[in-house]
Ligand binder design. Structure first.
Ligand code: BJW
Length: 270
């Protein structure tokens, strides 16, 4: 389909329907590669059915607290107790035994295990549900809720419960430097070189459960289209901010659409 005709088709397409649009890449790119390397980007939507809040849905975290009170370095400087309380509560929530990986997390672990080429899972989520489901090739670009980082010596500690300004770093013995190992607005996301390197050579990019509001993650789809000429797929509850940039789109709960999509990918894999 010509670029203009595709743009018109995309503009007219009903958002809530499952869409499969003609790829922008030519046959010979994705289709000639039986098993291209894959980058999966996941966001809060994949953990929603585990019982964890998303951010920007109407019942999401940003409807309950202000970003500038809890998710910036300035907020932590101004009122570390408030920020610790926010993350302590979420850490306790994550440790609640009812919060478990779903079929969506497990499907991605199976994809990594069975796909003949590399699968890199880049998650914006700070929960540990992907690793609990069995994913190993995993980048937590926005950090990890179960770890603390010392502002004095940089050491990471995974064994702490609630954080507070009274705590002493187990590595350097300094008091008051421990902070949640998460990436706040204005801070550099983690392992960006590894992520861009994988994006630059992948043949398939799958974005799952993310609203496409936060950069640099929201820009990955354009990066893979331009640099890697990869096929792009969105799996989400509803169209994201950048939905029209994806050639293939499936909408519904992650526990349904992710296992179904992975089953299709693995159908011809022994
Ligand atoms: C379901 C579902 C179900 C629901 N099944 N789906 C102006 C222009 C461009 C950029 C900027 C700008 N001004 C500032 C910036 C940069 C800024 C930014 O992007 N701001 C925008 C808001 C404009 N970004 C940064 O500051 C980042 N750093 C940075 O840019 O450094 C410089 C740099 C440049 C270039 C390269 C490299 C570096 C840092 C961003 C840090 C984000 N931190 C947070 C908090 C972290 C810790 C925590 O969890 O508390 O990360 S914010 C929050 O948003 C969290 C998430 O990871 C992130 C993304 O949210 P996500 O996952 O998309 O969740 P939602 O809620 O938005 O969407 C959920 C989706 O799921 C929805 O679509 C639902 O429909 C769907 N869903 N149920 C399937 N059952």
């Amino acid at each position: 389909m010509a670029r203009r005709a595709r743009a018109v088709a995309e503009a007219k397409a009903p958002a809530a329907l499952l869409l499969r649009l003609t790829p922008a890449v030519e046959p010979g790119d994705f289709h000639a590669m039986a098993h291209p390397s894959i980058v999966v980007l996941s966001g809060a939507g994949i953990s929603k059915e585990s019982g964890l809040d998303t951010f920007r849905d109407k019942d999401g975290l940003w409807a309950k607290v202000r970003i500038e009170d809890v998710a910036t370095p300035e907020a932590f400087e101004r009122d570390p107790g408030r920020v610790h309380a926010f993350y302590n509560e979420r850490r306790r929530g994550l440790r609640n035994s009812n919060v478990q990986p779903t079929a969506a997390h497990r499907a991605l672990a199976e994809l990594e295990q069975r796909w003949p080429s590399e699968v890199l899972l880049v998650t914006q989520n700070i929960d540990d549900l992907h690793e609990r489901a069995g994913s190993h090739k995993l980048v937590h670009m926005h950090g990890e809720l179960l770890k603390a980082r010392c502002a004095h010596c940089g050491a990471l500690d995974g064994g702490l419960d609630d954080l507070s300004i009274e705590l002493v770093c187990p590595a350097c013995r300094e008091q008051g430097g421990l902070r949640p190992h998460v990436v706040w607005f204005g801070e550099m996301p983690l392992e960006m070189d590894r992520i861009y390197e994988a994006l630059g050579r992948c043949g398939l990019f799958i974005s799952i459960g993310t609203s496409g509001n936060v950069y640099p993650a929201a820009g990955f789809v354009q990066e893979v289209r331009q640099v890697a000429r990869a096929r792009t797929v969105e799996l989400n509850l509803e169209p994201s901010e950048g939905a029209t940039l994806f050639e293939e789109r499936h909408y519904g709960p992650a526990t349904e659409i992710v296992p179904a999509y992975v089953r299709r990918l693995l159908a011809d894999v022994a």
